[in-house]
Design a protein around this ligand. Structure first.
Ligand code: C2O
Ligand code: CU
Ligand code: CU
Length: 506
């Protein structure tokens, strides 16, 4: 196995980083709070800070509330509380334990703008330790919410930054404890963070949250015979388990959610928040989709696609032109497991519009993406592999903080790097997610990227026996104590060890 190459300036010193670590298995069972409210009700309501409420009635798509910040000395303060709940409607006769932020399932959407000073105050009421990571956000390592940012039960943790993204994008937040990410994400701990870059192109796209700018948090999940969300492949596929496809917490498996908008065009912000499955979206009438953003920013221009595949953790934005369609359009999801076997196909959303006037044309140009000059880049190789159920990155299973510390990839702020990532598992799909900065794709299987892979990304699928080359520049933030993470975002694999720390030194 290739070893991580360390920078030559090895006089760099760093403090050991074991404090605050919490290991797999050290976590007590969640405290159970009996709520008994349904998914649909709970995803449509929230705390008093939330102002945009779309109530789910019948088959109407629930839309996560918008969380309005309070303003303290010019800083937008977002208050989140991680809490537990139960659901009794997803599988009849079963009471399923759930969790959410400011509610019992999923979390509210936070909208922020480039240049905005923000603070996230997170209170942990889960009954066990957690962290909250801002997936895709360019933020200092000490505020990134990785495994070192432990929030003990009952504690409040604050992460402050000035939004410094430079891109309009759809990011998300979720737990990131070492060895506990799967069991916490699967309960419903996931929410969206939307960044507005102030660009004309973003403003020309639909931006009225909940009205014509609608998030779709998609989760392929399974409820075991014991009435719990499955956290392993074995329990996911057990014949007694009930597989469900949730959209914003609503089961599309039982009833296709409907969305009616008063606009001719709607922007859908898609997130695959599944623990292990990939999702391929297409229209049931085989019509084309218009994609405007990859997971870390707007594309250079809108692209027309027939389908869109999202591996776990990935986002994309599409726009639907509804006045061009005679009637409602329906999105279908084809869901595949980690060996790419089709699990099921489900009609996940039907969208219709009451508008009669055609929408303005989409902007022809959305973004200027300057190519990173990697001529003198530091190069590294990463091999994703498995030994049975143990998931390895460069031959290492990152399952303890000692291992994360001893094997951290070391770089320096300002460095431009080019990474060659090979999936050497023979039939298991992996993907690769990098914290801190987005990357550009150099090649996939030896070929130049096309379509959405020409845009900024922070997560990319790596098929078996395939090599993906990416390049990035580490800007702005460094720390000699706190690490970023890089890992497979199949969170079962992440928890099994397919994760390394990344230390950006000054
Ligand atoms: Cu979405 Cu390291 O995480
Ligand atoms: Cu991340
Ligand atoms: Cu993987």
């Amino acid at each position: 196995m290739a070893k991580t190459r360390k920078p030559s300036n090895s006089s760099l010193t760093r403090r050991r980083i074991l404090a605050g670590a919490f290991g797999a298995g050290a976590i007590a069972a969640l405290a159970r709070i009996g709520g008994g409210t349904s998914f649909a009700e709970e995803t449509g309501t929230g705390t008093t800070e939330a102002t945009t409420t779309a109530t789910a009635a019948g088959g109407t798509l629930p839309i996560p509330d918008r969380l309005d910040p309070t303003v303290e000395d010019g800083v937008s303060v977002f208050t989140l509380q991680a809490q537990t709940g139960t659901n009794t409607s997803l599988v009849s006769g079963e009471t399923i334990n759930t969790a959410g932020y400011n509610g019992t399932l999923l979390g509210p959407t936070m909208l922020v703008s480039d240049g905005e000073p923000v603070r996230f105050d997170v209170t942990n009421s889960l009954g066990e330790a957690t962290t909250v990571h801002w997936h895709g956000l360019h933020i200092a390592p000490s505020a990134d919410g990785g495994p070192q940012n432990l929030i003990k039960d009952g504690d409040t943790w604050s992460a402050a930054t000035t939004i410094n993204q430079g891109e309009a994008c759809t990011l998300w937040y979720h737990p990131h404890g070492l060895g506990t990410t799967t069991e916490q994400v699967v309960l419903g701990l996931a929410g969206l963070l939307i960044v507005d870059d102030g660009s004309d192109a973003n403003a020309a796209l639909p931006t009225d949250y909940g009205a014509n700018d609608v998030p779709l948090i998609m989760q392929s999940t399974a409820v075991t015979s014991a009435g719990a969300f499955a956290t392993t492949n074995a329990t996911f596929t057990a014949s007694a388990s009930t597989v469900k496809f949730l959209v914003n917490g609503m089961s599309a498996t039982d009833e296709t959610p409907t969305l009616e908008v008063a606009y001719g065009r709607v922007r859908l912000r898609l997130l695959n928040a599944s623990i292990t499955d990939s999702i391929t979206l297409a229209l049931t009438d085989s019509g084309s989709l218009t994609q405007v953003a990859s997971d870390a920013g707007l594309l250079a221009e809108p692209i027309s696609i027939s389908s869109l595949r999202l591996s776990p953790g990935e986002r994309a934005e599409i726009v639907l032109d509804l006045t061009a369609a005679d009637d409602a359009v329906t999105l279908r999801a084809t869901v595949r497991n980690t060996t790419n076997g089709t699990r099921y196909t489900v009609s996940m959303l039907t969208v219709s519009s009451t508008a009669t006037e055609a929408a303005d044309n989409l902007p022809g140009t959305l973004n200027t993406i300057s190519d990173i000059d990697a001529t003198d880049a530091t190069t590294r190789t990463f091999t994703l592999s498995n030994s049975g159920a143990t998931m390895l990155i460069n031959g290492i299973a990152g399952t303890t903080m000692e291992i994360m510390d001893a094997n951290a990839v070391m770089t320096t702020v300002g460095a431009i790097e080019q990474w060659t990532i090979t999936n050497s598992s023979t039939n298991i799909y992996h993907n690769f997610h990098l914290h801190d900065v987005p990357f550009q794709v150099v090649s996939i299987g030896g070929s130049a990227p096309t379509g959405a892979n020409t845009g900024w990304r922070d997560t990319i699928e790596v098929a078996p026996s395939t090599t993906v080359v990416i390049k990035m520049q580490f800007t702005d933030y460094s720390d000699n104590e706190y690490m970023y993470m890089l890992h497979c975002h199949n969170v079962i694999h992440e928890d099994e060890g397919m994760m390394l720390g990344l230390m950006v030194m000054s």
